[in-house]
Design a protein around this ligand. Sequence first.
Ligand code: SF4
Length: 212
Amino acid sequence: MFTTKQIRMTETQYPSLEALLAAVRNCRACEQHLPLGPRPVLRAEATARLLIVGQAPGTRVHATGIPWNDPSGERLRAWMGIDKDLFYDASHIAIIPMGYCYPGRGKSGDLPPRRECADLWLNRLLAELPRIELTLLVGQYAQRHFLGSRCKPSLTETVRNWQAYAPQYLPLPHPSPRNTLWLKRNPWFEQQLLPVLRARIRALYACEEIEA
Ligand code: SF4
């Protein structure tokens, strides 16, 4: 349930994406649950055509304020076949995780993303990104939120069934080093899906070069 202050946040109108992002970066809605305090990490510009939706920042991303600034990010960029310059160019690629602040640690790794971020902000952010053509759903939390009942019983089956969600969405496993065994057990992912991902990204930015 939202507090009165949070309801006010959801009702406030912002004149631009920049103003909305500034409000998100000042968000303190679940401050009491965050062991390192609020530091929302996300970036977007209205011209972006690709959206990456991950889980939540880890401690390294929290410390630097730079999304995917860790081994998971290195692997994700390798999967996408792009360098850091393009990856971090918010005019091309928006990066909005399911949780914007580091959620803390549980018994088996980082806690799930805080739900408040999506409840308070996600739809408003998406409404300011009218040019998104492809959304990468990285990990189970993004897949559950965006695909809902269209998700398969397991992440592996959802990713294997990627054609059912095209062209709007492409589900991916999390690129964390913890998932190296999953990649070994599912060689079809690198052999069949990654070439599709790279081709989609090449097509997006080839179009932009033509328009320019
Ligand atoms: S985790 Fe999300 S809802 Fe909580 S303070 Fe950070 S941005 Fe706000």
